[in-house]
Design a protein around this ligand. Structure first.
Ligand code: NAP
Length: 311
């Protein structure tokens, strides 16, 4: 495998795959490195109904299609975690060296598209029962809970989608939300109502209990100030995401107060020839936006490298 690149893309979600494809098409020697598998969190979406061109498509299927297309152009290394990025000076030009668990690669530019990870609830029992009734992904684990009582925690698009998916495969679903209004888009709220998903409003999960597996949750009703125990076998936590920003922090990329990378309209960060794209930049976290930012980041890298080489 070649060791020196014009551009290395860190993370192969929709943003990273698009950046890789655009970069190679513009003529840059490019490598995409991904610690897991292509697609990132989009793999977990039960169905995507707002990505143009597809009326409804599973997240995994869309990610697979993106990978197939991107791989026509760009080399993608999956299951290779980047441990460190080092900024160096080579013949008066800054270069970056990417150290993975297996190898190291030098590059003149980097796109950070490391995405987000699931936020933890912080309830008692959450860590203990992870994989034993607690899940952050209905498409991955929902099947095991068919015909069983489950709760979904959260009130955003993801939580509603998870609840609909679980209801659809035959789970007895209750949605627990901490407020009296959902944050999810209207269209999803309507679907939830039509599906007859039971909602417990103004409620907080205080504890998840069980033996070998989850058996119940302790719910606190903020209105009545009463605690009760609900019999459930599955707990799907869907309360938002947090940026995967450790590599960005390591090299001093500027972030906002929530840890999302700050970029300009060209996806440039505060560091020369370091760009960011996709969910790691916060804002409107949608696949269509991630793809667009990936394309812009790669184009900016191309323009900056062209200028650098002309010097
Ligand atoms: P989100 O929009 O941030 O919603 C998180 C939900 O979890 C909110 O309802 C929030 O309550 C609740 N929450 C947060 N912390 C909590 C805690 N500690 N305890 C209990 N509840 C808590 O997250 P998301 O639904 O994962 O979506 C993330 C982004 O992806 C959003 O921009 C969303 O639009 C996008 N997305 C879009 C689609 C789509 O189909 N268009 C699908 C999935 C995701 P509050 O409402 O009270 O703050």
């Amino acid at each position: 495998m070649k060791k020196d690149y014009d551009l290395i893309v860190v993370g192969a979600g929709p943003a990273g795959m698009t950046a890789g494809m655009y970069s190679v098409r513009s003529g840059l020697e490019t490598l995409v490195v991904e610690k897991g598998i292509c697609g990132g969190l989009s793999n977990e979406a039960p169905v995507i109904e707002n990505y143009p061109g597809f009326k409804g498509i599973g997240g995994m299927e869309l990610a697979e299609k993106m990978k197939e297309q991107a791989a026509e152009y760009v080399a993608i290394k999956e299951l290779e975690e980047i441990k460190k990025i080092e900024l160096r000076e080579k013949e008066m030009v800054k270069e970056m060296v990417i150290f993975t668990e297996k190898d190291s690669y030098a590059t003149n530019a980097v796109v950070i598209s490391t995405g987000t990870k699931h936020r933890r609830l912080g309830a008692k029992g959450e860590a203990e029962f992870l994989g034993r009734g607690i899940s952050y992904c209905a498409t991955c684990d929902g099947f095991f809970f068919r015909d069983k009582p489950v709760i979904v925690v959260g009130g955003g698009d993801s939580a509603v989608k998870e609840a609909l998916y679980l209801k659809n495969i035959g789970c007895e679903v209750t949605l627990i939300h901490r407020r009296d209004k959902l944050r999810a888009e209207r269209y999803l709220q309507k679907n939830l109502e039509e599906a007859g998903v039971h909602i417990l409003w103004n409620s907080v999960v205080k504890e998840i209990k069980g033996d070998k597996a989850v058996r119940s949750v302790v719910r606190y009703d903020k209105e009545s100030e009463i605690e009760d125990e609900l019999t459930v076998e599955g707990v799907f936590i869907s309360i938002g995401e947090e940026p995967v920003n450790e590599l960005a922090a390591q090299i001093g990329i500027e972030m906002d107060k929530n840890g999302y990378i700050i970029t300009d309209k060209s996806q440039r960060t505060n560091l020369e020839r370091v760009y960011a794209a996709g969910d790691i930049t916060g804002g409107v976290r949608q696949i269509v936006v991630a793809c667009s930012e990936g394309a812009i980041a790669a184009t900016s890298a191309y323009n900056d490298l062209l200028e650098l080489n002309a010097k």
